[in-house]
Design a binder for this molecule. Structure first.
Ligand SMILES: [Zn+2]
Length: 298
């Protein structure tokens, strides 16, 4: 018997929430029960030139909680958890192709992180300002090789990061800290799923990283490539001493994730609701077309 999958048309929307380990163990947004947030559809699947992209949700923010005072929608999926049954880092290219077709202008991406800066502790929320990814994404969405330049400056949207920090100062537990984008913290990207070794943690620290993230580089780079603002929402589940303690087999601190995943999920929804809908941002100009002769003359 042939299993025939049904594909949906990609809805138009300006906003995307990429969920991740920060929301682990929750159906997002259903389990959060945030006022003014409705699930319009789940289990959407879209066809892309790179294969099928599954497990999308379409959510709606009620006019009472948005910055503009009008209702708005967002596409939502657990990007690096797709497909559900095996590891496939190319999932990011498929998902951001979907976001490009949808016309998405702002991306909020949720994850958990490890800290290699001793001053950043488990439970802290970190809105990093810059990213180290030595190989860059192998899964670019740019058409052609010479048609566009994509700047590596301001990979994190200063404006949206400010909205996230402001919202977090109201919601995040007072026993933990919120490290805002103005601190200039740096995230190193390392593809998972294996967690970082002590030697790798030291190497990233010596390169100038404060935290390590398993999904941020393709999310940020592909946001730039589709001309969208990118904002990371991440909290710490392992500190520097957790990386270095070779006598302990486990890296992650028990209890941090379950206690903060609901708060992080609520923070994501409240922040996304407060993002401006159509305000132009400097991020939108950091992908620049090249002169035609650079790709027509060779
Ligand atoms: Zn921006």
């Amino acid at each position: 018997m042939t299993n025939i999958q049904t594909f949906s048309a990609i809805p138009s929307t300006g906003l995307a929430i990429i969920t991740g380990s920060a929301n682990w163990g929750l159906a997002f947004p259903e389990d959060v029960g945030a006022p003014g947030v409705a699930l319009l559809a789940r289990d959407l699947a879209f066809e892309t030139p790179y294969g099928v992209s599954e497990n999308w949700k379409l959510i709606e923010f009620d006019a009472s909680i948005t910055a503009s005072g009008s209702s708005k929608t967002a596409l939502c999926m657990y990007s690096h958890g797709n497909p559900r049954d095996h590891i496939d880092h190319e999932c990011h290219r498929r998902s951001f192709w979907v976001l490009m077709q949808a016309g998405v202008r702002r991306v909020l991406a949720c994850s958990t992180i490890g800290a290699v800066n001793k001053a950043i502790q488990p439970g802290d929320l970190v809105i990093n300002a810059d990213i180290i990814e030595l190989g860059q994404t192998p899964y670019s969405l740019l058409p052609g090789r010479q048609r566009f330049d994509c700047s590596g400056k301001q990979l994190v949207c200063q404006h949206c990061a400010g909205v996230l920090e402001e919202t977090a100062r109201d919601i995040w537990p007072s026993s933990c800290r919120v490290h805002g984008v103005s601190q200039g913290l740096v995230a190193a990207h390392a593809y998972g799923p294996r967690l970082t070794s002590p030697a790798e943690a030291l190497a990233y620290r010596s390169m100038g990283a404060d935290i390590i993230n398993h999904s941020i580089a393709p999310e940020a780079t592909l946001s730039r490539e589709i001309g969208a603002c990118f904002t990371p929402l991440a909290f710490v589940t392992a500190g520097f001493n957790d990386y270095m303690d070779r006598s302990r087999g486990q890296l992650l601190q028990e209890g941090v994730l379950p206690s903060l995943s609901m708060t992080a999920s609520r923070l994501a929804l409240e922040t996304a609701a407060r993002f401006a809908d159509d305000e132009a941002c400097v991020c939108h100009d950091l992908k620049s077309p090249q002169p035609e002769e650079r790709y027509t003359r060779y």
